[in-house]
Design a protein around this ligand. Sequence first.
Ligand code: GLC
Length: 559
Amino acid sequence: MERKWWQEAVGYEIYCKSFCDSDGDGLGDLRGVISKLPVLKELGITCIWFAPIYASPQADNGYDVADYESIEPAYGDLTVFKELLDTAHSMGIRVIMDMVLNHSSDEHRWFRESRKSKDNPYRNYYIWQPPKADGSEPNNWGGYFNEGNGSAWQYDEMAGEYYLHQYGIKMPDLNWEYRPLREDIYKMLNFWLDFGVDGFRLDVISRLKKMPGFPDSKKEPAKTDRNGFVIDRSMCTDVEGIHDILRELNERAFGREDCMTMGEGAGITSANALNYIAPERKELDCVYHFELASRTRPAICAADFRSVQKRWAEVWKKGGWSIQYLSNHDSRRQVSHHGEDGIYRTRSAKLLATLLHTSPGIPFIYQGEEIGMVDVRFDSIEDYNCCYTVGPYRALVENGYSPEDALAEVAVKSRDNARTPYQWDDSENAGFTKGKPWLKVNPRYREINLKKDLAAPDSIFRYYQKLIALRHLHPAVVEGELSFYLEDHPQILCYTRSCEAETLLVIANFGPTEAELSLPEKLSSCRAERILTNCPETAPNLESRTLLPWEAAVYRLEA
Ligand code: GLC
């Protein structure tokens, strides 16, 4: 079957605010991105995903959209965006937009109208409920950002009712039960497709449908829940009825030729993924799930990687594509979380990349990953911006934690780890801005920056180039069936990708110590050519031997 463009793609997420500032206001912008397209081309990526760049008061760095059809003025305007799109396309790079359909900003025109009165034509664009008899919130649902008193409902004086906001108070949920809202959304999606974008990354797409009747959650509160308000994902995630919404979205917009949709898959696992992404269902093209990567869980090990990839390979065999990633703007830096900072930073960053780029699915690189950027630790909560950091910090302090302990608890999981400005070079502010950066630069920018990586043939950037080239050269990377060997080994990952044309073998020592590789007969009897390694000092032939810490290699097997 002919492949779709996105099945062969190598993606790259740009968090515009932290990418490159062309005008010195401390915020990245579209002109900054245009100036860096050549280096992205050199890297080899073929698709950019833009985290939201629409006009927004920035309560959640753009995930609070005030106008879906215009560009945030600090980033540029539609003319500059068109120039960016045309330039990217002329270089063979597709561009997909982040589309936030679960909520808007409270500064969106629809919400301003909605508040005004019960008979305003926009009233039902949002989810309003009257207070309980005692004036309190309609139910005990907690908001993910833990703002205000912790509730997911906010009372609005003007409206005389509460509105639902699963995320920030300034991010009211849209009402997908209301036909006119849907029609406006379809118009807007088609506006972008007509404009020339190649598809959408769909923010929290599994949360559009809410539990009918808004019942109280029966879940026990967790330590970061406040005032009895419980964060209970099941109330609004993967709720029955979500697929009717997605099917209609597909009919009215996503199904257009060449449009790629990738859904952010909270609550979507290998068990239910096909309900969302099986091609015959005509809902979404692919999903990026949280089974492997989540900033709140411990680092993954070889066994985690193996079992998650095996489960998703089954989904993939049935036509359900997923994204391969370990970091994005919501996570920690992958080398800090799952690899090893210190003497093995470079080698472990390369190992993680090898695994992601040789597993079935579409690899998405998060800006800075290709130079091995690391987590940051700021001294004060004032230096943090992320809602998932500041909200829970306050909750812990209210619960008796000292400010130091509260900071220690939240900092390690902070999304700001991934959001510090891109480190271009070793000049002031890492070459990101000539002004004051909106979020502090990671102090390690003199050691870790792109300029340095471009100058070194064995850098992480240069390794990513080779890995990406493999996908473009070797069909097995895109379509090869996945089989694991040495399945009980606690540290070594050993797998093949085979298609009619060829078989590739990946061997990776996922850990900080040496490990004994004892190859199964089926592999040791093969002639093999090593086509990539992060330890060029080791013997190139395929044989049983001691692997170095974090060693990874790809071989082409000759039967
Ligand atoms: C998604 C985004 C995240 C945002 C949230 C609310 O999880 O990736 O950055 O805060 O949705 O829009």
